[in-house]
Design a binder for this molecule. Structure first.
Ligand code: NAD
Length: 260
């Protein structure tokens, strides 16, 4: 028996990076996994590689109509919903002086609004299914000052606070549901690998700085996060609600950079 046997799970932003790792590990542990993303090509490929336990549905997490349709289709096609991973997110490099309102709105719309809509529309289906676990992907950007990603920090702060509000709603109303946030540091994914280029483009660092900086901080692997998400999704975490779990190799609690 897998740790998620019999569970039906939706993962957003599952075409690559951390969402892809979640999808692969969830399927291995017995879940039926609905991968969603705006990147149809990679999403369909990953679902196909996983096999019968997985399917792909195109979803832009910013769209309220699309969320309502997705939840309704998942319940009709699979009979319920037990797990939602609000993983989709975007980053733009820039500090409070350089970032534009457009940058801010883009990043907030995907991470903060997307997570709000996901929670809102998953909850009725989870209640009908008799149990539920929502995992919201935040970041250590919500717990420490990251000057070079101002909008991203705001969005992840919103995700962390919303998680606690949703968790309190479940507890106060004695619902058999849980909501927790996960806060990674740098993990090797397309998002993180694109950061040096974005920082050069935005004028925050020079090419020389980026060459010097590369490799001094220890990066994690997608499975370091996926194993934590798996635990929170499973019934093993049945007494954990409203937690903000840092998965960062201590990076957010030390001064300076954690050496390799
Ligand atoms: N990788 C890290 O080190 C790290 C650290 C902290 C937090 N996070 C968070 O973890 C999550 C996953 O990060 P990642 O590194 O795998 O990123 P990634 O860029 O590698 O993958 C993100 C996925 O989200 C999808 N996406 C983007 N906009 C979307 C939208 N509007 N609707 C649906 N899908 C959309 C992308 O197509 C992509 O497949 C993000 O929320 C990110 O902020 C990552």
């Amino acid at each position: 028996m897998g740790r998620l046997s019999g569970k039906i799970a939706i993962i957003t932003g599952a075409a690559k990076g951390l969402g892809e790792a979640d999808a692969r590990i969830f399927a291995r542990e017995g879940a039926t996994v609905i991968l969603t993303d705006v990147d149809r090509e990679n999403g369909e490929r990953v679902a196909q590689e996983i096999g019968d336990a997985a399917s792909f549905v195109e979803l832009d997490v910013r769209s309220e109509d699309a969320w309502q349709q997705l939840i309704s289709d998942v319940v009709d096609n699979h009979g319920g919903l037990h797990i939602l991973v609000n993983n989709a997110g975007v980053v733009e490099a820039g500090n409070i002086e350089t970032q534009t309102l457009k940058d801010y709105q883009f990043v907030m719309d995907v991470s903060a609004q997307g997570t709000f809509l996901g929670c809102k529309y998953a909850i009725p289906a989870m209640k009908r299914s008799g149990s539920g676990s929502i995992i919201n992907m935040a970041s250590i950007a919500s717990v420490q000052g990251e000057s070079y990603v101002a909008a991203y920090s705001a969005a992840k702060g919103a995700v962390e606070s919303l998680t606690r509000s949703v968790a309190a709603h479940f507890a106060l109303n004695k619902m058999p549901l849980r909501c927790n946030s996960v806060h990674p540091s740098g993990i090797v994914t397309p998002m993180v690998m694109s950061m040096p280029e974005k920082m050069i483009e935005s004028g925050l660092i020079s090419l020389d700085d980026s060459n010097q900086a590369s490799g001094v901080s220890k990066l994690g692997e997608p499975d370091d996060i996926a194993n934590t998400v798996l635990f929170l999704a499973s019934d093993e975490a049945k007494f954990i609600n409203g937690a903000a779990i840092r998965v960062d190799n201590g990076m957010s609690i030390v001064t300076g950079i954690v050496p390799e």
